[in-house]
Design a binder for this molecule. Structure first.
Ligand code: LLP
Length: 406
């Protein structure tokens, strides 16, 4: 079972009555704790954490991340816009662009936001249009990791980044346009629970960075995992990872000749465990010998299980420890057979109107939600450390569904 203190004494049934379901519920204490854990990962003096807001870009959560002293990554002008609304200054934002138009580049450059460039073609385009501006180069140092092939962003099977054999050409483009190379960055992929693969990526990147003498920063990317399945996964050992990173940072700084700024880009680690997706059981049925628990949690609310076969722990509310356990296939209300949250999951005898709590849904949950089937995206509430609850995003309305039509 997950930590019961999640709710700060708040009863999920009361939240369901007040706000309805599907509902994203966030725990401020957990969110802040994860921000601080990342911030304190190392003792090296020049270290910053970019929150990768694609994991969860709720404005209130972004304000909290900013308050906690985090910086922010952006993958689009939309993310830049929302980060600015949350109080992030241009120098606190890093635009990690990928196959973007000149006007998207301009959106960042005009604000003084550093842009990461991830191909020679885009570097040429950047140089032509913004000669003299600063960039960071996104490097694929050959190391990749991730919970699914779909989220591995380093190595041979990915569209991302500039490979080491392209660096001479990159240097030539940089010189041609008088571009200032401010940093190097990488992201090996999303989700690792053992430090070794991340460190391998760090070493590979630093081996490249040592040949670029005037960098302001080196950004090592995100991917820090947390246990979705507590029966088989353990927590990432941050102490061990931090210690190892400290050694690498200090020794690199000594040979580089300055305490260069090191950054990381965690997304999931910051927000996943702070969020629960709550739904309601609407039907129980048996088809061809399989027991189905039909809920209002269609894949428009949480697409991770359908997209990546991702595991999320599911609990029923109220808890019924004495009830008989059955294997339920937990499904949603979308008109596709793949609309499955969990297959043959052992759960206590379920009944209509029970609540289901889907754990660790705070990252890539709401941010990947959609209006498919013209379903309304869920509301989001935040539980503060004193147990008070506030609505931090209203549920879509039917009017929202036609707002953009002429
Ligand atoms: N930096 C860059 C350049 C990224 O592309 C990403 C994630 C991150 C940092 C943050 O990665 P994290 O620390 O959250 O692992 N939708 C997938 C995950 C996609 C990640 C995409 N990039 C999922 O639900 O598992």
């Amino acid at each position: 079972m997950k930590d019961p203190r999640f709710f700060e004494g708040v009863d999920p049934a009361e939240l369901a009555a007040a706000y309805g379901t599907p509902l994203y519920i966030y725990n401020e204490r957990v969110f802040r704790t994860r921000c601080r854990e990342m911030k304190n990962l190392v003792s090296y003096p020049n270290f910053r954490v970019n929150y990768s807001v694609k994991a969860n870009a709720n404005l209130t959560l972004l304000k909290i991340a900013h308050e906690e002293g985090l910086l922010a990554d952006a993958m689009s002008p939309g993310e830049i816009f929302v980060e600015e609304q949350a109080g992030f200054l241009p120098e606190e934002i890093f635009y990690i662009s990928n196959n973007v138009s000149v006007s998207e580049m301009a959106y960042a450059v005009e604000r003084g936001i550093t842009v990461s460039i991830d191909s020679l073609s885009q570097l040429e385009r950047f140089g032509k249009n913004f000669p003299g501006a600063a960039v960071s180069l996104r490097i694929n140092s050959g190391v990749g990791a991730g919970h699914s092939a779909k989220v591995v962003t380093g190595g041979k099977l990915t569209k991302f980044a500039i490979t080491p054999d392209q660096l001479d050409e990159a240097r030539a483009i940089i010189q041609k346009y008088g571009i200032r190379l401010a940093g190097l960055n990488q992201h090996i992929g999303s989700f690792f629970l053992e430090k070794e693969i991340y460190l391998e990526g760090v070493h590979a990147l630093l081996d490249i960075a040592k040949d670029f003498p005037d960098l302001d920063f080196i950004d090592l990317g995100g991917g820090f995992g947390m246990p979705y399945d507590t029966s088989s996964q353990s927590r990432l050992d941050l102490e061990q990872l931090g210690k190892a990173l400290d050694e690498v940072f200090n020794s690199f700084a000594a040979s580089y000749g300055k305490n260069i700024l090191f950054k990381i880009e965690p997304g999931r680690y910051i927000s996943a465990e702070s969020g629960i997706l709550m739904g309601t059981v609407e039907a129980i049925k048996e088809n061809a010998g399989r027991l189905y628990c039909g809920t209002d949690l269609g894949f428009n609310t949480l697409i991770r299980p359908m997209l990546y076969e991702a595991y999320h722990q599911i609990e029923t509310w109220p808890p019924r420890p004495e009830a008989e356990i059955h294997p339920y296939t937990v499904v949603g209300n979308i008109c596709e057979s793949g609309d499955i949250l969990a297959k043959d999951r052992p759960l206590p005898d379920m009944q209509e109107d029970d609540l289901v709590l889907v754990h660790d849904a705070g990252a890539y949950g709401f941010s990947m939600a959609s209006n498919y089937n013209n379903r309304l995206r869920p509301a989001e509430v935040l539980i503060s450390e004193d147990g008070s609850v506030r609505l931090i995003r209203r549920r879509d309305t039917l009017e929202d569904l036609i707002r953009n039509f002429p």
